[in-house]
Design a protein around this ligand. Structure first.
Ligand SMILES: [Zn+2]
Length: 216
């Protein structure tokens, strides 16, 4: 009842171009075509060594970038329905993954988690993963603060991240397959370091999902 009333007062619009759409949180067909779509990312160097596959659900541009920024920096959780809608387009990847599989969110630095009150990656992926029978297992932690990685070279990023993550105590990852999840991928240095830590602890295959990639 409330949603009918809300739709009447504020008809649902595309979060990118403000065109009218049928459901709240939905992108319009034009914006879906340009910004959203499951795609495998090319792995090079270390990323190829430690990650067995990476998929992004959207491009980190325009409305997708704005939704993520508002969720992260203004803690605006009303962005989540549109972000969940982006994932809905990506169910085709499930048959390509091994089962059983546990999803591991890339952990936030403790001070950032305290300030924000939530890990945006968990908020974005939790319900979608649960719908597809993939358990969310937060078994990586940050062991120290890392400096911002933007405007760094690939080698500098790798150096900055080395030793910044660890498998939580009591977690036995040996022989198991994992799916790393993160909100954005830029160079892949963070995902690669997380995968390296898991594989060093004995994990078998590591895949990764990111909501949005800066690579086209
Ligand atoms: Zn649109």
């Amino acid at each position: 009842m409330l949603s009918i009333f809300l739709d009447f007062l504020f008809p649902p619009r595309c979060p990118n171009c403000r065109a009218y759409v049928e459901q709240r949180g939905q992108f319009c067909p034009l914006c879906i075509g340009r910004l959203i779509g499951l795609h495998a990312l090319v792995r090079t160097g270390d990323t190829r060594v430690y990650l067995d596959g990476i998929w992004a659900f959207a491009h980190y541009q325009e409305g997708v970038r704005d939704l993520l920024r508002r969720l992260k920096y203004q803690c605006d959780r009303s962005m989540l329905s549109a972000l969940h809608g982006i994932l809905a387009e990506g169910a085709a990847v499930i048959p390509m993954l091994p089962h059983p599989l546990s999803a591991v969110p890339v952990p936030l630095a403790p001070e950032r988690l305290r300030a924000r009150g939530f890990n945006q990656t968990e908020e974005i992926f939790a319900s979608w993963l649960s719908e597809h029978g993939i358990r969310l297992s937060p078994l990586l932690t940050r062991t120290r603060h890392t400096a911002p990685l933007y405007e760094r070279t690939r080698a500098e990023r790798r150096h900055e991240l080395r030793g910044a993550f660890a498998v939580t105590e009591d977690s036995d990852v040996r022989g198991k397959d994992f799916l790393l999840v993160d909100d954005i991928m830029t160079t892949g240095a963070t995902l690669t370091e997380c995968a390296r830590v898991l594989k060093t602890a004995g994990a078998a295959r590591i895949y990764a999902f990111v909501l949005a990639s800066e690579h086209i």
